[in-house]
Design a protein around this ligand. Structure first.
Ligand SMILES: [Zn+2]
Length: 204
């Protein structure tokens, strides 16, 4: 490095090289020094914190996690705002759960096992998932010669890709996922006998 000012030489035993100072600052529970960053020192030294939205109502939670009660409330608010539609027999899934029902009978069984009525369950109407179509041009774009297009590929491969896409278009649903409509399901999918059984179980 070129410098007009001659660099000053300071030997290690010179008082100028170092001196003892007293520092004031925040130190966390593990002994790490954070200077004037009190918040960070407290965050590192703590295991739990109060909910920032409702500190007096919600339980404390881990500093590395989030308030589960706030999360639950926000999900319930989302559910309350969702569109409602009368159930027409589509597969159903419990909101934020992985319990699926593919017919009224399995829903009725679940209600009896858990002593709940269909109206009390938060059920979403499922939407069908299909395989996405195969894009041969995108699949081969790195090897197609410059200036070429998918017609540079052997005809047998193009035909096979067309056949695959035809099969995909004609396929039935591969799986189902909860959609954005809440199912209005009548308790009358249960027989009077089943309803009485649930009420009796609850009273017990
Ligand atoms: Zn909270």
């Amino acid at each position: 490095m070129s410098n007009n000012i001659e660099a000053k030489v300071i030997l290690m035993d010179s008082p100028e090289a170092a001196s003892i100072q007293t520092l004031t600052g925040w130190v966390d529970r593990h002994g790490r020094f954070w200077g004037d960053d009190e918040y960070q020192a407290r965050w590192c030294g703590a295991t739990h914190r109060k909910c920032k939205n409702k500190p007096d109502e919600h339980p404390i939670h881990s500093t590395h996690g989030y308030c589960e009660e706030c999360y639950r409330e926000s999900r319930q608010a989302k559910f309350a705002e969702m569109e409602r539609a009368v159930w027409a027999g589509e597969p159903l899934v419990i909101f934020d759960g992985d319990q699926y029902f593919f017919d009224a009978e399995s829903l009725a069984d679940y209600c009896r096992e858990n002593s709940v009525f269909p109206k009390e369950l938060q059920l979403l109407i499922c939407e069908a998932n299909y395989p996405s179509e195969f894009d041969i041009e995108q699949h081969c774009q790195e090897i197609i010669p410059d200036g070429g297009d998918c017609y540079s590929l052997p005809q047998e491969i193009l035909d096979a890709a067309d056949a695959l896409n035809k099969a995909i278009k004609e396929s039935s649903a591969v799986s189902w996922s909860g959609g954005d409509q809440v199912a209005i399901v009548s308790d009358d999918i249960l027989t009077d006998e089943q309803k009485a059984e649930i009420l009796a179980e609850r009273a017990a």
